[in-house]
Design a protein around this ligand. Sequence first.
Ligand code: ZZB
Length: 258
Amino acid sequence: QEYTVIKMELVAPFPDKFKVLEGKKVFLAAATLRPETMYGQTNAWVLPDGKYGAFEINDSEVFILAHRAALNLAYQNHSRVPEKPSCLLELTGRDLIGLPLKSPLSFSEVIYALPMLSILMDKGTGIVTSVPSDAPDDYMALHDLKAKPAFREKYGIKDEWVMPIEIVPIIEIPQFGNKCAETVCLQMKIKSQNDKEKLAEAKKQTYLKGFTEGTMIVGEYAGRKVQEAKPLIRTKLLETGQAIVYSEPEKRVMSRSG
Ligand code: ZZB
């Protein structure tokens, strides 16, 4: 699987726990298969109990991601020490909740890291960027945070990180409109982010529709088909240093989910 890893930059001043990283450029490194949707980013997702680390990618840049992903990246020429991850700081998802970030192409100047319970730590980087307009998982996780004060309280989430978030329409799909994740979640009567089976089906549908029938309605390639815009946007993100390529070795032989 070849991902685009989006560099979501941690905005200074850093919280106490992150002081050792001061002077470096620090990024939450989010793995995506949909670089053309980056205009619609509203927040980042982390797994509260997930184990993360802050790794030196080169002399000036640090990526926060899962240890396994850091090891893979080290073998793909993205570690200060060749073939060896260099971890400056051990972290959990809880440490990351509430971090303010600046993410490429997002219309929001600052977005926040928030908890999502369905993140798999053995996939991608363990950091996910949230596009609630086009990703059903993101739409439902955001819905849960907005609708359940107890959930926000449990993770020490400030209302101002969540309540002002608005879904940003970025892609128009015939019959699904410009918030296709919402359309599909409502149609399928999905109740929460824990509705795993329905969400898997919703994701399949929206992936297919978005790619085959979607048209960009924002950004440099507004008016172009998603199929055309996708590689162009990806190349631009890579060339401008706002993203890198990350290949994940295919290793899940026993089961697709485990
Ligand atoms: C932004 C985005 C916008 C995504 C969208 C999807 C969609 P797949 O096909 O199963 O490999 N993702 C990445 N890493 C993880 C993880 N560790 N745990 C849970 N989810 C993860 O799915 C790849 C997508 O799943 C990635 O692309 C990422 O979300 C998420 F409009 O990034 B995506 C219809 C989906 N739309």
